[in-house]
Design a protein. Structure first.
Lengths: 506, 118
């Protein structure tokens, strides 16, 4: 069984996802229990897989027993094991949040598990077409989850997400077609060997394939100017879904982008075709600056956090594109760290909104004393995102900047340093409001506003206004992790060094 | 130019489908037509893959007495998968459209925008 770990990791949530729909015939509220059991198993499997990779190196698996370049291969190295583990752990954390925050229908948990399956599949696959299939599974589940909100707006946001996301994935598929035409293979390792020898790096065919595939994935990552689906989707989805999607969907897409850069096109391609590298660096830097500027101009806290993701993913992609070992480690650390921090921040906005009704920057004024624990965790996460040591946000950014300095790409260094200031600009403002401003929403006013809903009642659809200990605990756990993960960085760097030698010892 | 049309007409069709699909997606104000445009765009990609598999004088890839050369079976298999994905996406999109129509009573993009931002 242990030999089949990589494929079990994908099969388990798919099978688990079918269960709640069947159980619906007997019981209406069994979804949460089924999902929790499945995801707990998922955490165990992903942990076991990560441990195997750490002790005995890269694991590869031939699905159905078809030999590698012809059949589909799953390849798990240090980076993919870390992403798969992150997906499982965050999914479990968000379930603890969803217990009380809802939605509670069985079909919601089916979609939830389908999304876990898609994300895990994206992180373990070693085949470019298989990656497309998992990209679409992820997409389909994410569109459904965004639309699961009660408000009419969530359907509109989901449709916008669907149309833009489908175009992105289709462009990626078109790129796969160009690669297939150039080399006749779809296996990532095989492609890496054949590109450059069978088809020159700077041939039109390969360049077009690169442009289409990277372009398609940047839509999913939500880099400026392809981010337009993202703030609507994050802000209009239910809180549970915003926390889950903001933590994982763009993260795993950015991981896929890195996989494409390093395992398919390889670093040699980037150095042989400087224009491709500069184009991607340019896009990333524009994304960093514009994302921050848009974040500063928002009044809704959730939209601000969404635009902050645009900027942070610019940073991650810039780190990967710089391509020096240090920058790549930094980008990987920031990728994982950002997932924990952003998921925690969205979860915190949900708690604060339920407790106080505050959703905007002005509404947050003076809330530090109303919701002390959540506000404290929120501030820790915000400062971690800015990059205050010893939080994980600091380590990631430090490595990326150091890598860029070593590669002597000065414009990028300037943008990266400026990005820290810009991040401070929107988060410091918020933390200052939380603690040092006169409250604009008062407890008694709010009591009137929600008088028709008893404090601990749950509305028929399951979105109760009350806050459970579990929800606060998730936010606090994210804040603790955002600092504690720093201790794991040396071990992570070690594993990356061992399993990605072609990448890190140039 | 005409020679190209004669020898590469499949690729011309691919480009036309991609272009028309993308144009409908961007320009049409009706959301249903946007979804149709999305389908046309994907069909262009399907045709592109199938064209890749072609080889002059190739037989169907079934090993029999006749022997090769065979057309490549791989793109056909890939596109079968992609068609399934496309159908599921259309289904989800139409379900969302039904919900939007019951909530807002319109599928016109401009009217929807006004209602959406109120």
């Amino acid at each position: 069984m242990i030999d089949h770990l990589p494929v079990l990791l994908v099969v388990l949530p798919i099978l688990g996802g079918a269960v709640p729909l069947v159980v619906s015939l007997l019981h209406e509220r069994a979804g949460w229990a089924v999902a929790t059991l499945t995801v707990a198993g998922q955490v165990a499997l992903a942990g076991l897989l990560a441990w195997t990779v750490e002790t005995s190196g890269t694991v590869s698996y031939e699905v159905g027993g078809f030999a590698a370049p012809y059949g589909i291969e799953l390849v798990v190295d240090g980076l993919s094991a870390a992403v798969a583990l992150l997906v499982a752990v965050v999914a479990l954390g968000v379930l603890a949040y969803a217990r009380h925050a809802g939605p509670r229908s069985n079909s919601f948990y089916s979609l939830y598990l389908l999304l876990v399956a898609g994300l895990t599949g994206m992180s373990v696959t070693g085949d470019v077409f298989n990656l497309y299939v998992f990209l679409e599974i992820t997409g389909l589940a994410a569109y459904g989850l965004v639309a699961s909100g009660d408000e009419a707006k969530s359907a509109v946001a989901a449709l916008k997400y669907l149309i833009i996301g489908t175009v992105g994935a289709s462009l990626y598929l078109l790129g796969v077609g160009y690669l297939l035409a150039a080399t006749g293979t779809l296996n990532m390792a095989d492609l890496a060997g054949k590109l450059g020898s069978m088809a020159a790096y700077d041939s039109t065919l390969v360049l077009t394939a690169f442009g289409l595939m990277v372009g398609g994935l940047t839509v999913k990552v939500a880099l400026f100017p392809l981010h337009t689906w993202q703030p609507d989707a994050y802000a209009n989805a239910p809180d549970t879904v915003s926390a889950f999607i903001s933590a994982l969907v763009s993260t795993v897409s950015a991981y896929a982008l890195a996989r494409l850069l390093f395992s398919v096109f390889t670093v040699e391609f980037l150095s042989a075709v400087p224009i491709a590298r500069w184009a991607l660096l340019g896009l990333a830097c524009v994304s960093v600056v514009t994302g921050s500027a848009l974040a500063v101009s928002q009044s809704s806290v959730q939209r601000m956090l969404a635009y902050s993701s645009v900027s942070q993913f610019g940073l991650v992609v810039a780190g990967f594109t710089v391509g020096t070992p240090m920058a790549v480690v930094g980008a990987s650390v920031h990728l994982l760290g950002h997932a924990v921090m952003k998921g925690g921040l969205f979860a915190a906005t949900g708690v604060i909104e339920r407790k106080t009704g505050a959703t905007t920057l002005n509404g947050y004024a003076g809330m530090g004393s109303r919701v002390p624990v959540t506000a404290g965790a929120f501030s820790v996460l915000a400062l971690a995102m800015v990059g205050v040591p010893p939080a994980i946000g600091f380590v990631g950014k430090w490595f990326i900047v150091f890598g860029a300095v070593k590669a002597e790409i000065w414009p990028v260094v300037v943008v990266l340093l400026a990005s820290t200031l810009l991040t401070l600009a929107y988060f410091a403002r918020l933390v200052e409001r939380l603690y040092f401003a006169e409250a604009t929403i008062h407890a008694d006013e709010q009591a009137d506003a929600t008088a028709d809903v008893p404090a601990d009642a749950t509305v028929a659809d399951g979105s109760g206004r009350a806050v459970s200990t579990g929800m606060v605990a998730v936010v606090v756990a994210a804040a603790v992790l955002a600092v504690a993960l720093t201790a794991a960085v040396p071990a992570f760097e070690q594993v990356l060094n061992e399993t990605l030698p072609q990448l890190l010892t140039q | 130019m005409l020679g190209l049309l004669d020898s590469h007409y499949n690729y011309v069709a691919v480009m036309l489908l991609l272009g028309i699909g993308l144009y409908m997606l961007v320009e049409s104000r009706n959301l249903v037509k946007k979804v149709i445009g999305m389908n046309v765009f994907q069909t262009g990609i399907f045709l592109f893959f199938i064209t890749l598999a072609f080889r002059a004088g190739g037989n169907p890839p079934i090993i029999e007495d006749g022997g090769g050369p065979y057309v490549s079976p791989l793109p056909h298999v890939l596109i079968l998968t992609a068609i399934v994905v496309g159908v599921s996406l259309t289904a989800v999109a139409l379900a969302l459209l039904i919900r939007i129509y019951t909530e807002y009573g319109t599928l016109d993009e401009d009217k929807l925008k006004q209602l959406y931002y109120d």
